[in-house]
Ligand binder design. Structure first.
Ligand code: AMP
Length: 131
């Protein structure tokens, strides 16, 4: 079955290299053009905001999942198809995984790495069969 939703993990900062921003824009636009829903952390800052804005600008569907405690720090995006506010980080990751058929990591920091490695190990343990 074709992919319907892809989860993107990426930095809440724009990063040092302008190529990171270009890559986030490209990916957001590409997903929208392919008719693939973007699932991400729900923020409007950093590469998270860039990938979401690019997908929205290209007419794509974007679902953000953000913990209540981070709505202010990561500036919960107000223009998404849907913003889900959850209780904490574990709920955020579980919901992002539940809604997605596959996962992509763009440049980011510790949070991006943590999210990537956790969902990767869930696959290794057989909790899901997503790539
Ligand atoms: P960073 O890569 O550090 O810029 O963080 C990218 C995103 O990962 C941000 O939205 C963080 O809130 C999020 N994040 C950080 N730690 C965790 C975690 N343990 N579980 C889920 N998301 C996290």
């Amino acid at each position: 079955m074709a992919l319907q939703s892809i989860c993107v993990f990426c930095g809440a900062s724009p990063g040092a290299n302008p190529e990171y921003r270009a890559a986030a824009e490209h990916l957001g636009r590409y997903l929208a053009e392919q008719g693939i829903r973007l699932v991400y952390g729900g923020g409007a800052v950093g590469l998270m905001g860039v990938v979401a804005d690019a997908a929205l600008a290209a007419g794509g569907e974007v679902i953000g999942i953000i913990p209540q405690s981070l709505k202010r720090a990561e500036v919960g995006h107000s223009g998404l198809t849907r913003l889900e506010v959850v209780d904490g980080m574990h709920a955020r990751k579980a919901r992002m995984a539940e809604l997605s058929d596959a996962f992509i990591a763009l440049p980011g920091g510790l949070g991006t790495l943590e999210e990537l490695f956790e969902v990767w190990t869930w696959g290794q343990l057989g909790y899901h069969a997503k790539s």
